[in-house]
Design a protein around this ligand. Structure first.
Ligand code: GDP
Ligand code: MG
Length: 669
């Protein structure tokens, strides 16, 4: 098979590319072809079938290009024919090992070996991602050519011809962040209340998650979705919807955990912070404490000779709101907000919902270009035609310009927050792009064999691609946290250092994971676990969480990581979790926890950790594991069981039990 592929690889590719332009639906073809296959075993049919793998079906434009390029290279005389033939290999976002081998005309076994060398165990039929494929192609001496990401962008910009005329600054987009109860909502409301445009149009008639304020002839767009998760969710979808972060800190409360979280988010997104010290109407407040406390988080305000603009405000009494807006305007000089005012729109979805009678509705903010009623568009996996545009006051408008938040009707299906909407010149173009995105999503959702983020990081460190390793540290108590952070900051050498992007006390939450995901860093839990939602996202986004209970080990591991030496002989693998739903006392076994296995499975030989409100309160071993009255070895997800621990009895309802095993890591080739 490999031998065969070797001979016909190139012409086959060309054939396929041309073919897919003329032969329409894939399904039909597959069915027909597999019908034939039983009768014919000829090469041609086999190849045709191979060509039917998913990514090959991404439609036309890129294919035509590829076919043309292939044809060009095909007729170049190959003068080094005695030595290895270097091929240009198209790499989609995911590809099976076998297909990759065939595209390179290499033996599947050789590709598997190359993968093993870089620490990935994959079989012929498993998918690997584009990044990994690219490495392997280079390793084997061929030239990788990334297919999809480029072609989708190219296709979009081909349709969205820019004429570089009418370039103007768009209004800045501002997000308000800060600790709970420090006054985010009050500030957003106060700014909207004193907003001239809202007053003129008779008050606020509709709430759409964003609004504009006019200040000294400049428009400012406020995102009315306070919440750090919203901020980084949109960011993790690759969209940057914020130009400035207004950090609200209550003068009577000063810096609190979510204040620090907000600073970390803003810094990771490289978005400038403007400080609003709120609640100065209260009598016993000390705004300077806020300024001082912020120093230790590298937020240095202007009055302390730093570059962070600051205002003391009261959202409640509407004091100094103008000064805050002045500061936002001042900040504009350092931002590049130039956009085109006469090109097809590019916009980002802030929120979306389905409304009875109106269908899918999305609030978007225009980033660039203009969106008009009647425009065709594509938006993530959705597409459509603008049926109606509504401004923040619920008034119907014909055209939306950059910076404007508008509600759009006319989607075929519901888009997601963070998706980018592109206006298209016609319906076919809109459909074509959304089809492509759908294909990509399908491939992405397929499990591919990938290195963990940590392994990825190590290989980047050893290649010298990483200069700073971003780390998020969560710990159980302040003392440990400080000790860890200060030791970590000392780790490192000339080439690479550790950058603690966020550190706080408490369980690892979703915000930590999305921060790690956007910073491409590792999360460390010290005597602390991740909450279930965070675990789910970490798994999805392939964020590494490392747990430690001894500072020395933590620092040692990170030191090894930086020197590219971290090859743990054993790696902890969490096999499942159970939740304590009830407890009983037994004279023989002590406390028995009536449990429900929430994920994975639990085993009587695994090690356990007992977690209460995110904190580890006991580590040890299982004493007994029972289903009804019987001792069992394992209990699977969604089943109930009774568990007791060896020499430990303090178990409470709602505690979580984590089951893990230490796996030996075999040294690879
Ligand atoms: P958020 O959780 O950050 O959105 O905070 P809210 O805007 O909901 O405000 C929390 C509480 O602080 C509410 O009771 C507000 O009335 C109060 N508050 C907000 N701003 C001010 C202020 O400037 N002065 C005073 N005294 N109270 C305020
Ligand atoms: Mg609020």
């Amino acid at each position: 098979m490999n031998q065969d592929n070797k001979n016909i690889n190139k012409p086959k590719d060309v054939k396929q590319s041309q073919k897919s332009n003329t032969i329409p639906p894939r399904k039909k073809l597959t069915i027909n072809a597999s019908g034939f296959q039983k009768k014919l075993s000829s090469l041609a049919v086999n190849n045709l079938l191979e060509g039917e793998s998913d990514y090959e079906k991404l439609p036309s434009l890129s294919k035509v290009k590829r076919a043309r390029e292939k044809q060009k290279t095909k007729y170049k005389p190959n003068l080094t024919s005695s030595s290895k033939i270097v091929r240009e290999v198209d790499i989609p976002i995911k590809i099976t090992v076998q297909e990759l081998a065939s595209r390179m005309s290499e033996k599947t076994g050789d590709v598997v070996k190359a993968l093993m060398k870089s620490g990935i165990m994959a079989t012929a039929n498993q998918y690997i991602d584009g990044d990994t494929a690219e490495l392997i192609v280079t390793d084997l001496g061929h030239t990788p050519k990334r297919e999809e990401a480029i072609s989708l962008k190219d296709t979009i910009s081909n349709y969205q011809k820019s004429n570089k005329s009418s370039i103007k600054k768009r209004p800045p987009i501002v997000t308000v962040m800060g600790h709970v109860d420090h006054g985010k909502t009050s500030l957003l409301d106060a700014l909207r209340d004193s907003n001239v445009t809202a007053k003129e149009s008779g008050g606020i008639t509709q709430h759409i998650g964003a609004y504009q304020v006019k200040h000294k002839e400049s428009l400012i767009t406020f995102l009315d979705t306070p919440g750090h998760a919203a901020f980084s969710n949109i960011r993790s979808r690759g969209a940057n919807l914020t130009d400035i972060v207004v950090l609200v800190v209550a003068a009577n409360d000063s810096v609190k955990p979510q204040t620090i979280e907000a600073i970390s988010h803003a810094k990771t997104a490289k978005v400038p912070i403007i400080l609003a010290i709120n609640k100065i109407d209260l009598s016993d407040v000390n705004p300077d404490k806020v300024r001082n406390d912020l120093l230790s988080h590298e937020v240095v305000v202007e009055s302390f000779k730093g570059d962070v603009l600051e205002t003391e405000i009261s959202a409640l009494k509407k004091i100094n709101l103008d000064k805050l807006l002045d500061n936002i305007i001042l900040q504009l000089d350092i931002l590049n907000l130039d956009v085109e005012y006469n090109k097809l729109a590019e916009a980002i979805v802030v929120e979306s919902k389905i409304e009875t009678g109106r269908g899918p509705v999305a609030t978007i903010i225009i980033n660039n270009g203009v969106l008009s009623e009647g425009d065709h568009f594509t938006c993530g996996q959705a597409f459509g035609k603008v049926k109606a545009l509504m401004n923040e006051n619920g008034e119907r408008i014909k055209i939306a310009t950059p910076g404007m938040p508008v509600e759009v009707l006319g989607f075929d299906s519901i888009p997601f927050a963070g998706d980018t909407l592109y206006a298209m010149p016609n319906e076919d173009a809109a459909k074509e792009i959304s089809e492509k995105v759908k294909e990509q999503k399908k491939l992405e959702s397929m499990d591919s064999v990938k290195k963990s983020s940590l392994e990825e990081m190590m290989s980047n460190i050893s290649k010298g691609d990483i200069k700073k390793l971003p780390i998020i540290v969560k710990a159980d108590v302040q003392g440990s946290l400080e000790a860890i952070v200060s030791s970590l900051e000392k780790v490192g050498n000339k080439e690479v250092t550790i950058n603690v992007v966020h550190s706080a006390i408490g369980a690892i939450n979703e915000s930590d994971i999305s921060l790690a995901s956007s910073a491409q860093g590792v999360v460390i839990g010290f005597n602390i676990r991740a909450i279930p939602q965070a675990r789910t996202i970490a798994k999805r986004d392939k964020v590494d969480i490392r747990y430690y209970s001894i500072i020395y080990e933590l620092v040692d591991d990170m030191t090894k990581l930086l020197s590219g030496l971290l090859t743990p002989e054993t790696k902890e693998e969490i096999i499942g979790h159970a939740e304590v739903r009830d407890t009983f006392n037994s004279s023989k076994l002590g406390t028995i926890a009536g449990c429900y296995v929430t994920n994975g499975f639990v085993s009587n030989i695994a090690k356990i950790r007992l977690v209460r409100e995110g904190k580890i309160i006991h580590e040890g071993e299982v004493g007994s594991l029972k289903r009804f009255k019987d001792d069992v070895k394992e209990v699977k997800e969604n089943y109930e069981c009774g568990i007791s621990f060896k020499d430990y009895s303090d178990i409470l309802v709602k505690d979580e039990i984590e089951f893990y095993v230490n796996k030996e890591i075999k040294k690879e080739l």
